[in-house]
Design a protein. Structure first.
Length: 618
């Protein structure tokens, strides 16, 4: 077997493994089963790709989406690795060629859908020398996971049919319940097999975290336009709760001159595929999508992800923001959050088959959105990881919320609920305290209440924010089985009757120019991938990137990608381009020592990129 470090250097251009990768690889090469939890962009694929290269035979990788298989096979081939995919998209001729190559042992990694795998258990798989099974997106096997897929549940047959072949299950997001279910369904601990669970840090320090609360549709659009226009050529995803929202937001952006397309399950397969290909190839800057735009996104240069609405769980949220900055360079994530989101998502959770579990997951998502402490600490704690310091890369750390004694304001709202026998919705509570003579207020004579108009000096937006805080703090709750009426809790009664004071956060009003400053790009760690010996053509550098050179290299990358019909990020990641624009290698040997450039890419692209760099350094 080849040294795993030499394989990493030769094919991927890296000189060291990320945390836990080496331990996972050694365990699998030794014949052990494993469950691996690593965040999106944390390097899960290397945990089975390196063993596949080191072991004799072919690794079988079970993957849920055709588009994801296509991306990963293209990336492997771009690194000089023999890989193929078997799924419903291949024509009969290509299918026959791939099957013959697999039977002959000419393929190191075969990506296959779960349906195709089950169909081939007693046919193609019996003709192959299989080195290992890798179950990607393993949370799909569990009914407790956030993306359960029935076709995954039969994968337990692999242990029965191939008892001596190691199985590695990988996922980016799984709580304890889901992890236990994965282990049981795949029989990872059965029949004396060696099994280990590997859980790496869920921290993605390159992702900034921010929440915008109480924005209306017009304010969201103004923010999006300002944000995107400040980041030309930077790809991003906007996640929406409904199909209609994806189309409205995409159309609004296009009217403003931004290249955006919608993506949702109601579009035809051709339309979805076309949108995804355009986005992958940097021909569309923004995709406005439902969660249907999910696991197939392997694009490494997504620079930002915005949630137009609050997601239903932290698992979903964390996986979706994880699609930003997969190359390790800085990326931004922003969540819009409103009371309407809570009402709608709670209704969805109550109507689901797992009401208690889904309501609990939604509550934890609310805690994140309402946080007055470091948001990253909340995310990490959810996945069982504690940290003793703040991240300084979230909006709470950078701008801690200011607080005030909001007892009297809370009492106004609580009094309105009490005087109407708790038979009104939150919207009517606001109408009463604001003194608004709405049809509902006049029909029920609420304008005659003592509470009518007591809070008229507080704006509508502020009242919405305060009631959202009251809901989050447990002073009120919404009775979904009673027409969504607002009810006062025991904690709320303590405030209403003066037994307890309450601190509220001062709301931050939405602004049209409210755009986060782009985080500074992290400098490449030059010493990590450059030997201590002197390399001709690698001059000492101050670590200063040449932005004009970066743009030129990005254009050259696009040319190479178009010539080969590949997504640009498969040629080189943004992080590698930033490193080239900083280090400025002027020889092929020096070029090959830059992070992310293996031997195959050094030979294939080196002369063109070095020539471009020389134009800026001579």
């Amino acid at each position: 077997m080849s040294s795993i470090l030499s394989l990493l250097q030769r094919y991927y251009g890296y000189d060291s493994f990320r945390p836990q990768q080496e331990a996972v690889i050694q365990h699998v090469i030794g014949g052990g089963d494993a469950l691996v939890l690593m965040p999106t962009g944390g390097g899960k694929s290397l945990c089975y790709q390196i063993p596949a290269l080191a072991l004799p035979g072919t690794a079988i990788v079970v993957s849920p989406l055709i588009s994801l298989m296509k991306d990963q096979v293209e990336a492997l081939k771009a690194n000089g690795i023999e890989a193929e995919a078997l799924n419903s998209s291949a024509d009969m001729t290509m299918d026959t060629i791939i099957r013959r190559r697999c039977a002959n042992g000419d393929v190191k990694l075969l990506y296959i859908s779960p349906e195709k795998l089950l169909a081939e258990l007693d046919f193609l798989l019996r003709q192959m020398h299989i080195s290992l099974f890798a179950i990607d997106e393993a949370h799909c096997i569990s009914q407790w996971g956030h993306d359960f897929r029935p076709e995954y549940t039969q994968l337990g047959l692999l242990r029965q049919r191939f008892p001596k072949v190691p199985i590695i299950a990988l996922t980016a997001t799984a709580d304890k319940l889901t992890r236990r279910d994965i282990i049981e369904q795949l029989h990872l601990k059965g029949d004396g097999t060696k099994f280990r669970e590997f859980i790496t840090s869920f921290d993605r320090p390159n992702l900034s975290l921010s929440v915008k609360r109480g924005y209306k549709a017009k304010e969201k659009l103004a923010f999006l336009l300002s944000f995107i226009n400040a980041r030309p050529q930077e790809a991003g995803i906007i996640y929406c709760l409904s199909r209609k929202s994806t189309e409205i937001v995409a159309e609004d952006l296009r009217r403003a001159g931004i290249n955006a397309l919608p993506y949702h399950a109601a579009l035809s397969p051709h339309e979805r595929s076309q949108t995804q290909e355009l986005f992958k190839n940097d021909q569309v800057q923004v995709v406005c999508a439902t969660v249907a735009f999910g696991m197939g996104i392997d694009k490494s240069n997504v620079r930002w992800v915005i949630h137009y609405n609050m997601p239903k769980s932290i698992e979903s949220f964390y996986q979706e923001i994880g699609r930003a900055g997969r190359d390790g360079a800085p990326a931004e994530t922003i969540l819009f959050y409103s009371l309407a989101d809570i009402v709608q998502l709670t209704e969805f959770a109550r109507q689901s088959g797992q009401q208690e579990v889904n309501l609990d997951k939604l509550h934890r998502m609310q805690e994140y959105a309402e946080a007055s402490v470091c948001r990253r600490r909340i995310l990490l704690n959810y996945f069982g990881e504690q940290t003793d310091h703040d991240c300084h890369n979230c909006d709470v750390c950078q701008n801690p919320p200011r607080r005030f004694d909001g007892t009297s304001l809370c009492q106004m709202a609580l009094s309105a609920m009490k005087r109407t026998d708790e038979q009104i919705r939150i919207s009517t509570v606001i109408e009463i305290v604001k003194g608004m003579r709405s049809p509902e207020v006049l029909r029920k004579n609420y304008n005659e209440l003592k509470t009518f108009g007591v809070g008229r000096d507080t704006s509508l937006t502020q009242w919405q924010d305060y009631l959202l805080q009251m809901l989050q703090m447990g002073l009120i709750e919404i009775a979904y089985d009673e027409g969504k009426h607002a009810k006062i809790t025991s904690a709320g009664l303590d405030v209403l009757y003066g037994r307890k004071n309450i601190q509220l956060n001062i709301p931050i009003a939405p602004k049209s120019n409210d755009v986060q400053k782009r985080p500074a790009l992290q400098k490449p760690r030059l010493t990590l991938h450059i030997p201590s010996i002197t390399i001709p053509g690698l001059a000492p550098t101050s670590g200063t990137e040449d932005p004009k050179l970066f743009d030129a290299l990005r254009q050259l990358r696009m040319q190479c990608a178009q010539e080969e019909n590949l997504p640009p990020y498969i040629v080189f990641s943004d992080k590698t381009l930033h490193a080239l624009a900083t280090i400025k290698p002027t020889t092929l040997d020096a070029f090959g020592h830059v992070s992310g450039i293996g031997e195959f890419k050094q030979r294939k692209y080196g002369s063109r990129f070095v020539s471009m760099i020389k134009k800026f350094t001579t």
